[in-house]
Design a protein around this ligand. Structure first.
Ligand code: SAM
Length: 227
């Protein structure tokens, strides 16, 4: 991890110390609704948590996407746990990993080595804490890998990565490049506007658990692969 991620980890560890207090501005360990095999430190309320982080830092921070288990990530995690052959004995890259949910599921499903990548140092800290909470080893890799093709990974997993046009523009060339060199690529998505739907085929559909996200309009989540 980078020193930025080390500092973020120390910050989060400090905030997790039991204070006897509860509240919306806290992290708490949750069982993931669609993936109850995995427990994650998530925000009680991500917006309130973000406001607390910014108030304490005295500066504007990027949104703590890592403090929620996104529906697309829950579906990919569910899929690899239900179909362990997808990852068992393989090297896996979970790109834009956020909380580390997908990476942790891949490791639980028998992947030999799992790298969880994100550009947000707090995501790296969350990945480290969450991997430990689930008793698995995941390599947390900070930085932007999207100009490459997933390096040596046999399997590239991506949960909820088409949430904005900016990331979609870079994510699709990355994922299709990984598929072109022979990697198995799986994407989890709840129907985001920027998903390149015509370039992907559905591998599995899941009904969203009632408490799967704070987006009540989401009812179905797909796992897809490049055509
Ligand atoms: C919507 S969240 C999804 C997190 C996780 N995959 C899940 O399903 O819960 C998107 C994540 O992408 C990360 N991200 C954005 N741009 C990225 C990039 N260029 N490389 C790696 N991660 C990136 C963000 O920091 C955030 O953690």
């Amino acid at each position: 991890m980078t020193s930025l991620a080390d500092r973020a980890l120390a910050d989060l560890e400090g905030k997790l110390r039991p204070s006897g207090e509860s509240g919306l501005d806290r992290l708490r360990i949750f069982r993931v609704p669609m993936v109850p095999e995995v427990r994650l430190y998530l925000a009680e309320d991500a917006v309130v948590w973000w406001a607390r982080m910014e108030a304490e830092a005295g500066t504007v921070l990027t949104a703590p996407f890592w403090a929620s288990a996104w529906p697309g990530g829950q579906a990919v995690a569910r899929y690899v746990l239900d179909h362990p052959d997808t990852v068992a004995g393989r090297r896996v890259l979970d790109v834009a990993s956020g909380s580390g949910l997908v990476a942790i599921a891949a490791r639980l499903a028998g992947a030999t080595a799992v790298t969880a990548n994100d550009i947000d140092p707090y995501a790296l800290a969350a990945i480290t804490l969450n991997a430990k909470a689930n008793g698995v080893v995941v390599a947390a890799r900070h930085g932007d890998l999207l100009d490459g093709n997933g390096e040596a990974a046999d399997v590239v997993l991506a949960g909820d990565v088409f949430y904005s046009q900016a990331i979609a523009r870079r994510m699709w060339p990355f994922l299709s490049g990984a598929a072109a060199r022979g990697a198995r690529v799986l994407v989890g998505d709840p129907g985001r506007r920027h998903l390149p739907r015509d370039r992907l085929q559905i591998v599995a559909d899941y009904q969203a658990a009632a408490d799967a996200s704070t987006e009540p309009q989401i009812s179905q989540i797909s796992v897809l692969q490049p055509r």
